[in-house]
Design a binder for this molecule. Structure first.
Ligand SMILES: [Zn+2]
Length: 401
């Protein structure tokens, strides 16, 4: 392992990104304040205290110095109103830089080595979720859901997270925002966002260095082809009722002895014995028709050995080769999406990140930009947790974030 990643180095990449954002205001150069606004938003999420900045303003008045400056390099603390006005016009893509700078920094230091899993690849979960849901506050970018007489406004985002079985920390990558124009159905919107994310960011990874994980909704030919075109592996949940052609083929193979691979492993869970049953088959059609993409398929069923009770079951389609040596890793990779996805969603909902701070929603990009700063704060915490022993001991003493 290389040298630990320091807070200051991560902050530097955020500052550099903020300094490069095109000035949207006319008149004299106010670059400096835009940087302060961005760092202020980051500091709130990082310190996990909604009143951090007002304390610092008080401290500045009383003592002429404050932690916002000494820790985050904020020259002049802007008011909430200023933060809102300055960040609202900033484009989401303009704050993506630090996610990649930090990711590559971790990689170069060898600190992501523990995240290499199936076929030595990194597992990247792509999960759509919503943030900033409200019955009142909204902006032009909101997706509106009407139930009866009531309207709910929310923003949707595709979270990209690196995780691995056995790794506690989740590493968020640059998210992709789902816009209401993308389509009317959840599936269309997320699909368009996945496409943009892959096209935009595949170049950040070496060829065949990543395995993408998604849910069943995206386990179809366009997504699989898109990923393969960009030299990415995939392990996608593959349910029977949404993949009829594949399961019909599988039913035919069942009649041929040895056509479907199987493996059974006995595991002790601390209380009783579990039986882990693996099945797999290679080169099955993902859909009907002569042009159907051929994928590999596997499933895992876990039962209580004594009672026969089914404890878990899931199936996946993948372009990793399946055999007795790989099936356990592929299914473990597929299963890890659930944990990583939940982790991402939890960040948005709780864990002390105070997303619902009184910055509000803005008119254009504010709520999405704030989400980016929240994810950056989360990323910085994950990195420190992963690489800094001092931070680890502080966390141990203080408990969860
Ligand atoms: Zn909105």
């Amino acid at each position: 392992m290389g040298k630990p990643f320091r807070f200051k180095q991560m902050l530097k990449s955020v500052k550099e990104t903020l300094e490069k954002i095109p000035e949207h205001r006319r008149g004299q150069n106010k670059q400096y304040e835009l940087k302060d606004a961005g760092l202020s938003a980051l500091s709130l999420f990082y310190m996990q205290s909604p009143s951090f900045l007002s304390w610092q303003q008080d401290m500045e008045k009383k003592r002429g110095k404050n932690n916002a400056r000494s820790l985050f390099g904020i020259e002049r603390i802007p008011s909430d109103e200023q933060v809102k006005n300055l960040l609202d016009p900033v484009q989401e893509k303009d704050v993506g830089g630090p996610f990649w700078a930090i990711y590559h920094g971790l990689e170069e230091r060898g600190q992501l080595d523990g995240y290499r899993h199936v076929g030595e690849t990194y597992l990247v979960s792509l999960d759509g979720t919503q943030h900033h849901s409200s019955a009142k506050v909204h902006c032009e970018q909101c997706r509106v859901t009407i139930r009866g007489e009531k309207a709910t406004y929310a923003h949707q985002v595709l979270l990209a997270m690196v995780g691995a079985p056995g790794q506690e920390q989740v590493i968020p990558l640059q998210p992709e925002f789902i816009t209401p124009q993308d389509g009317h159905e959840k599936q269309d919107c997320e699909q368009a966002a996945i496409k943009r994310w892959v096209k935009e960011h595949a170049k950040e990874f070496a060829p065949w260095d990543v395995t993408v994980l998604t849910d069943d909704l995206h386990c179809h030919q366009p997504t699989c082809e898109l990923l393969a075109e960009h030299e990415m592996y995939f392990i996608l949940t593959c349910k029977e009722d949404s993949h009829i052609a594949l399961y019909e083929e599988l039913a035919l193979l069942e009649r041929v002895e040895g056509a479907i691979g199987s493996q059974s492993v006995r595991r002790w869970n601390g209380r009783y014995h579990e039986r882990w049953l693996y099945h797999w088959a290679n080169s099955l059609p993902l859909r009907r028709g002569a042009d159907a993409l051929l994928v590999n398929w596997c499933e895992l069923t876990i039962v209580n050995e004594a009672t026969g009770e089914r404890l878990y079951g899931n199936a996946w389609a993948t372009n990793h080769t399946l055999n007795a040596a790989t099936v356990q890793d592929v299914t473990a990779g597929g299963r890890s999406r659930w944990k990583v996805g939940n982790e991402g969603i939890n960040v948005l909902k709780n864990q002390g990140y105070h997303f619902e701070h009184n910055f509000g929603h803005g008119k254009a990009h504010l709520s999405n930009i704030l989400l980016c700063f929240l994810l950056l704060a989360f990323l910085m915490h994950s990195v420190l947790h992963l690489t800094c022993e001092r931070y680890q001991s502080v966390r141990k003493a203080l408990g969860a974030r």
